[in-house]
Design a protein around this ligand. Structure first.
Ligand SMILES: *[C@@H]1O[C@H](CO)[C@@H](O)[C@H](O)[C@H]1NC(C)=O
Ligand SMILES: *[C@@H]1O[C@H](CO)[C@@H](O)[C@H](O)[C@H]1NC(C)=O
Length: 401
C-alpha cells in the first residue's frame, strides 16, 4: 500500500511536471527547463535595449528547481551592463546563445562599469556558443588619443567572480573595451573552443585573465588581441592551457606580479601545444621590481611554436615603468621550477631567451629542454642574470644558465 501510494504520487508528479513546465529541452540536458529571452521581452533587432529581459530570464532560471536553459535565439540583442548573481536553486544553468549580444556604440554607456556580463557567486553555469560584440574601438581611440586621461577604463566583456563549475564553450568575443574574459576567485572552470578577436593595437584588451582561481583549463582557443592573450595573476593554481593560438598580442604572461607586498603565489601552470604568431612575447613571467612575498612555482611550457616573436622566452623581474614606486629596484617574487620543453621557431629579435631575475631572489630550477629558436637575419643569443638552472638536449641559442 505504501509502495502503491508513492508510485501514484510519482506518476502524478511527473504528469503535473509535464503539463506545467514551459517546455522541456532536448539537447544537453534532457530534463532542463527552457527559458527563452524572447518570452521575457527581448528584441532581436539590435537597437531595443534587452537588458531587463535577460535579467528576468536569469531570475526565472535561477529560481528553477530543475536544470535550466536560457535560450538566446539568432539575432542581435542590445545589452547594457548586467550582473547574474547566485545563489540559485537550480544546480545547472546553461546559456545557449545562437545570437550576438551587442553593446552600445557609445562607449560611455558601459565605460564606467567593471563588467558588461558579470557572473557572481554562481555554480554550475555553462555558456554555449554566442558572439559578444562590445564595440570597444571608440574607447580604444579615446585611450590612444591626447585626451586619454578623460577616458573611462572600460568594461570587461565577460567575467566570473567567486564561482565554481563553470564552462564556456564555442563563444566568440569581439572588440572588448577592456579585458575580454576574466576568471576571478573561481574553481573548476573549463573554457574551450573560444575565439577572441580585437585589433593588435587595442589597449588593455587581454584575452583571458585568470586570478585567485584553482583548476582552470583552457582548450582549443584562439586569441588575436592588443594585450596579453592569457594573463595570469596572483593566487592562480592548477591552470592548464592546451592548443592555444595567440597573435597578434603580447603572449601568455604570468604577471605582472609583486603589485602588492602581500600577494598570493602562482602554482602549477601548464601551457601545452601553443603557437604564437608575430606577438610581442611568447611565454613570459613578469614581476615588478618591488618587495613582495609572492612566488611562481611549477610552470611548464611544452611543445610551443614561435613565429616571428619579439621575446619568445622571457622572465623579467625588473618591471618598473617610468622608474616609479620601485624604491629597492629588486623583486621579492621567487620564481622556481620552470620547464621549457620543445620550443621551436623564430625570434624577431636577437635575444630569443631572456632570464632577467631578481638579485634578491634568483630564479631557480629553470630547465631548457630541446629549444630551437632562430632569427631570420642575425645570430640568436640568450641573456641571464640571477638565473640558476640547466639545459638538456639541443638548446639553441646556447644556454646561459
Ligand atoms: C580540441 O581540438 C582537437 C582537434 O580539433 C580535438 O581533437 C580535441 O578533442 C579538442 N579538445 C577539447 C577539450 O575540446
Ligand atoms: C597541476 O594541475 C593539473 C591540472 O591543471 C592537475 O591535474 C595536477 O594534479 C596538478 N599537479 C599538482 C602537483 O598539484
Amino acid at each position: 500500500m505504501v509502495q502503491l501510494t508513492s508510485c501514484f504520487c510519482t506518476l502524478a508528479f511527473i504528469l503535473l511536471h509535464i503539463l506545467y513546465q514551459p517546455s522541456i529541452a532536448a539537447a544537453a540536458d534532457e530534463t532542463a527547463t527552457i527559458y527563452s529571452v524572447l518570452s521575457f521581452g527581448a528584441k532581436r533587432n539590435g537597437v531595443t535595449d534587452s537588458t531587463q529581459a535577460f535579467l528576468d530570464a536569469w531570475a526565472a532560471a535561477c529560481a528553477s528547481l530543475d536544470s535550466a536553459e536560457i535560450n538566446v535565439p539568432k539575432g542581435r540583442y542590445l545589452l547594457n551592463s548586467m550582473t547574474f548573481k547566485g545563489d540559485c536553486k537550480s544546480a545547472q544553468i546553461t546559456f545557449r546563445i545562437d545570437g550576438t549580444l551587442v553593446a552600445s556604440p557609445d562607449y560611455r554607456v558601459l565605460g564606467q562599469a567593471n563588467n558588461w556580463l558579470g557572473f557572481e557567486g554562481v555554480s554550475g553555469v555553462t555558456i554555449i556558443g554566442g558572439t559578444l560584440d562590445a564595440k570597444g574601438s571608440a574607447l580604444w581611440a579615446c585611450k590612444l588619443s591626447s585626451k586619454a586621461s578623460n577616458c573611462p577604463d572600460g568594461a570587461t566583456s565577460l567575467s566570473f567572480t567567486n564561482s565554481k563549475n563553470i564552462r564556456v564553450e564555442g563563444l566568440m568575443s569581439l572588440n572588448s573595451q577592456m579585458y575580454h574574459i576574466v576568471i576571478n576567485g573561481c574553481q573548476d572552470v573549463l573554457i574551450q573552443g573560444v575565439k577572441v578577436i580585437a585589433a593588435g593595437n587595442s589597449p588593455n584588451t587581454d584575452g583571458i585573465h585568470v586570478q585567485f582561481s584553482k583548476n582552470v583549463a583552457i582548450f582549443n582557443t584562439s586569441i588575436k588581441t592588443g594585450d596579453d592573450c592569457v594573463s595570469i595573476g596572483p593566487g592562480t593554481k592548477d591552470l592548464w592551457m592546451e592548443h592555444i593560438s595567440c597573435g597578434p598580442g603580447h603572449g601568455i604572461s604570468i604577471g605582472s606580479l609583486a603589485k602588492d607586498l602581500e600577494e598570493e603565489g602562482v602554482q602549477n601552470v601548464t601551457v601545452k601545444n601553443a603557437i604564437f604568431k608575430g606577438t610581442q612575447n611568447g611565454v613570459r613571467i613578469k614581476s615588478w621590481a618591488r618587495r613582495s612575498n609572492g612566488f611562481v612555482q611549477g610552470v611548464q611550457f611544452l611543445d610551443v611554436e614561435m613565429v616571428d616573436v619579439q621575446n619568445p622566452i622571457v622572465i623579467d623581474q625588473n618591471y618598473c615603468p617610468h622608474n616609479l614606486n620601485c624604491p629597492a629596484q629588486v623583486s621579492g617574487v621567487k620564481i622556481s621550477d620552470v620547464l621549457y620543453q620543445n620550443i621551436r621557431g623564430t625570434s624577431a629579435t636577437a635575444v630569443a631567451v631572456k632570464f632577467a631575475c631578481s638579485a634578491a631572489n634568483p630564479c631557480s630550477g629553470i630547465r631548457l629542454k630541446n629549444v630551437n629558436l632562430a632569427c631570420r637575419n642575425q645570430a640568436v643569443q640568450s641573456y641571464c642574470t640571477n638565473a640558476i638552472g640547466k639545459a638538456y638536449g639541443t638548446v639553441q641559442p646556447n644556454s646561459c644558465l
